[in-house]
Every structure is written in C-alpha cells, then in structure tokens.
Design a protein around this ligand. Structure first.
Ligand code: HEM
Length: 480
C-alpha cells in the first residue's frame, strides 16, 4: 500500500513539473521550432503559453503595473537589444515586436514584404483606404488625402470647425467643471458631422454618434458574428450608419447642381484621379465611415491631452498666450485662418509634443508576406509584426528626458525613424495634418479666452485601449 502511494506521489512530482515546463515553452515548440528546423534564426524572445501567448505579461505591464514601457525594457534586459526585434505571441498570433527606429523603418517602408491586415475589414469597409492594398490603395489614398489633408481642404475645414468649437468652449465655461474627453468627443463628432456630410447637430447626428460608438467597440472585439457579441452589434451599427450616409448621397445625386456643400462627401463624389476616374458610391461611403473611425477618437484624445499638458506646464501656456493674443486682437472676433495658424511656430512645436506624449496609436500591425530577413534574423511568413511606436517616443535614446513635456525639443528635428506617431511609409496617417490643425485651432481659442485647472492633477493613468488619465481630464474652466 505504502509503496503504491509512494509510486503515485513520485509520478505526480515528476509529471507536474514536466507538464508545467511543456506548457511554459509550448508556443516556442509549436511556432519557433519548425522555423529553426529550417535553419532560420529567429529574433530572441519568449512566445508564452498556449492560446494566450504573452498576453498576461502584456496586461501585467499595461493594466496592473501601469508601466507600459517596462514591457519592452524587460525584454531588452533579458535578451539584449542588438537587433531591435523580439519574438513573442500576442493578440492571438505569433509575432515579432519591432521597437527601434531602424527596425520600424524597415517594416513600414519595405511595403513589398509586409501587408496591413485589418482584423475587421467588414467593419471598416472593403473598399475603404485602410482596407485596400497596392495600386487601389494609391488611388483611393490620393482621393482621401486631397479631400481632408491638403492645404486647399484644410483652409476650408479650419473655418468650418470653429463655430462649434467656440460654442463648446462657452458651454464648458458655463458648466464650470467638465470631463474633457467626454466633451471633446461631442464637439469632435459635431465637427465631423459638419465637414464630412454637412449634418447639423440634431437627431440624425445623435443617432450616428451612437452607431459609431457601437462600431468602434466592435473593431477591438474578437470577430464572432452572432447576436449578443460586440462584433455582431458593430456590424449592425455599420449597416445603419452606411444607410444614413447613403440616403444623403442619393439625395445629392438626385438634386445634382444644388448648392455646393464643401464637405468630404462632396469632395469624394467629385474628385477625379489623373485618368479622370471617380470613386463609386460604395467607395465614397466606405471611406466616410472609415475616416470617422480614424478621426473621431484620435482627435478627441489629442484635444484631451492638450488641456492636460497645458494645465501641467504653465510656462508653456504663457508662451502660447504671447503667440496668440496679438493674433486674437488683430482678428477682433473673426475666425483664425489656416495661414495664420500655420504661422504660429511655437504652437506647432506644442502640438507635436502633445501628440508625441499622447501615444494615441501605441502600436500598429503588419503581416509578413514571405520569410523576411533583417540583420541576419528571420521574420517568418504569416507572423504579425507589431511596430511598437510608443516605445520609440518614450525611449531616452531617442528623446532626451522623454516623459517631460518640452516643446522646445522640436527646435531640432527628431532622429530619423524615432518619431512615428502617425506611422510611416505609404500608409502614414491620411489625416495627420488635419489632426494637427484641429489641436492648433483648439489651442488658439482656449489660451486666449480661458483659464482652467486639473481637478485631479495626480489621477493615475490607464493605457488601454489608449493612454488616458483615469478621470479623463476633469477640469474647472472659466473665462480669463
Ligand atoms: C492625433 C491623431 C491621430 C493619430 C495619432 C493617428 C495615427 C495614425 C497611425 C499611426 C496610422 C497608421 C496605421 C498603420 O500604418 O497601420 C494612421 C492611419 C490612418 N489615419 Fe490616422 N491618426 C490620427 C488622426 C487621424 C484623423 C483626424 C484622420 C481622418 C479624419 C485619420 C485617418 C487615418 C486613415 C484613413 C489612415 C489609414 C491610411 C492608409 O492606410 O493609407 N487619422 N493614423
């Protein structure tokens, strides 16, 4: 009897550690071993446990410790930083992390070797800029960039966004205390409604706002399409949002020649490429939907961070006032123009610094089309590459004293490849100038007319899905 018990105890004591060891290295056996057997050298790293990979470690640094950059720092300590790549398994896929300027530049600019694969093409629209590849991407991109990101468009948009922004600031002052992120989303969406499809505030815009909230939630959800899932709901929201925009588009086609709207829909409907080709209706609609997705949350977050950093750094605020008060005096109540805002050199540096530290897109994804070699290491075909943009902007090797808010650092250009807040290569953000413009215009009206203080200057940070103070920047705001 004793001997049988002893046997089982010994067996369990041998099996449990073995099973633990196998589980611990499972993904390395499963994904990395076959690559090694082909005599290819993988970047250093660890691929984690079955299914989850390294997600628990990732969440530990981002959600529990709230020191997101230490996730990469721990890898650098463990595996060295010779190549700027680490193998891992994250977000459901074997992956290579790229965290140095040169590795990111390589991935984003070697477009023949990597493709951008949206997990939810159905949600952003099959013919939208973010979903199309190759030559179609070049064509659609030229339409979109012309409609929202080039000086002609920006001149119009600059004037178009100001009435709602000025009205919002007045309302916020009347309320006295506001949660900036929530309010920034409202005014950003009102402006999107105006310059995307000339929708004025009212029931249609409120419905669209709700639909886009549902749609955005689905983009981050696992693509399980049955009633009850976030993805299913997002698809329904997309359908309804497209129907609203389609109704407007068809109305415009019917009443062709009616008053010019000067908005994105009109721009996309009318622009022709070099060969005289126009976008089809579904291309117009898919692109409007995906541009709302690209511009809504990102612009609202940038506005939120502008309030935050200018409250935290009064010397910067003072310098901004020096730049803007003479302009405001000259304008005497008129709107600031694109040319005037573009001439504000200090403001441009402040905007850049806000966007650098906001790290709105912490990482972006690519997939390797074939086995790709970089500095003697292989990125295997089909693996994801996670361009860890956040780390570029918070690494002291790229930016001195990186966590301090210092617009003057922009007196010098950043090191090549170290500043990729808007991505890089042919997929660099199609709304980057528009985003900068909107933050600059907000700064103008805010600094000349208002004072505000953070209610919780020591609020903790949350980092997922985007970095934000826990109170979403609550401020007390009043007129100067
Ligand atoms: C501060 C605000 C913003 C940030 C930080 C940001 C960041 C980015 C990044 C990192 C990418 C590259 C994605 C990739 O390569 O996988 C991107 C692409 C894109 N962004 Fe933005 N974005 C911002 C604002 C906007 C705005 C205002 C719009 C439009 C209204 C916009 C529309 C787009 C589009 C359409 C793409 C896809 C471009 C392509 O595939 O060719 N973004 N953005």
């Amino acid at each position: 009897m004793d001997m049988t018990l002893g046997f089982w105890v010994a067996l369990v004591m041998a099996i449990v550690p073995l099973a633990g060891w196998l589980l611990w290295w499972w993904n390395d056996f499963w994904y990395a071993l076959p690559v090694r057997l082909r005599r290819l050298k993988l970047p250093p790293g660890y691929m984690g446990i079955p299914f989850l990979g390294e997600m628990l470690a990732f969440l530990w640094y981002f959600k529990v410790l709230r020191r997101p950059d230490d996730y990469i720092n721990s890898k650098r300590r463990k595996y060295g930083d010779e190549v700027g790549l680490y193998r891992t398994h994250l977000f459901g896929s074997p992956a290579i992390i790229a965290c140095t300027p040169s590795a990111n530049k390589f991935v984003l600019q070697t477009e023949s070797s990597f493709f951008l694969e949206w997990p939810s093409v159905e949600l952003v629209g099959k013919t939208s800029l973010v979903a199309v590849q190759g030559a179609s991407h070049t064509t659609v991109r030229s339409f979109v960039v012309r409609a929202i990101n080039q000086p002609d468009a920006l001149r119009t948009i600059a004037l178009m966004v100001q009435p709602r922004l000025i009205a919002a600031l007045k309302l916020w002052k009347q309320n006295g205390r506001i949660r900036v992120y929530k309010e920034a989303k409202k005014v950003t969406f009102a402006n999107i409604g105006r310059y995307f499809a000339s929708f004025e505030p009212g029931p249609v815009l409120d419905t669209l706002d709700e639909l886009f909230k549902g749609l955005t939630e689905g983009i981050r959800a696992y693509p399980l399409n049955f009633p009850g899932t976030a993805y299913y709901r997002a698809l329904q929201c997309r359908k309804k949002a497209v129907a609203i925009f389609r109704e407007e588009l068809e109305r415009r086609r019917k009443f062709d020649g009616s008053k010019a709207k000067n908005d994105l829909m009109e721009g996309l409907m009318q622009t022709k490429d070099d060969e005289g080709k126009e976008l089809s209706d579904i291309e117009v609609l898919d692109n409007i939907v995906s541009l709302v997705v690209g511009g809504y949350t990102s612009t609202s977050l940038a506005i939120m961070w502008a309030f935050y950093y200018l409250a935290m750094y009064p010397d910067v605020l003072e310098k901004l006032r020096e730049e803007h008060l003479p302009i405001a005096k000259k304008l005497n109540g008129d709107f600031i123009t694109y040319a005037e805002i573009s001439s504000c050199k200090y403001t441009s540096k402040v905007v850049e610094e806000i966007i650098r530290l906001a790290n709105i897109a912490a990482f972006i994804f690519r997939t390797a089309k074939t086995d790709i070699e970089y500095k003697g290491y292989t990125i295997p075909k089909g693996w994801k590459v996670v361009c860890w943009l956040r780390y570029l902007h918070t690494n002291p090797e790229n930016f001195e004293d990186p966590m301090s808010f210092n617009p003057d650092r922009w007196n010098e250009p950043p090191k090549p490849g170290s500043y990729l807040v808007f991505g890089g290569g042919s997929r660099i953000c199609a709304g980057n100038m528009l985003a900068r413009l909107q933050v600059a215009i907000l700064i103008h009206h805010l600094v000349v007319g208002y004072r505000w203080e953070l209610v919780n200057p020591n609020a903790g940070m949350s980092y997922l899905p985007h970095p934000k103070p826990a109170d979403e920047v609550e401020v007390d705001i009043r007129e100067i």
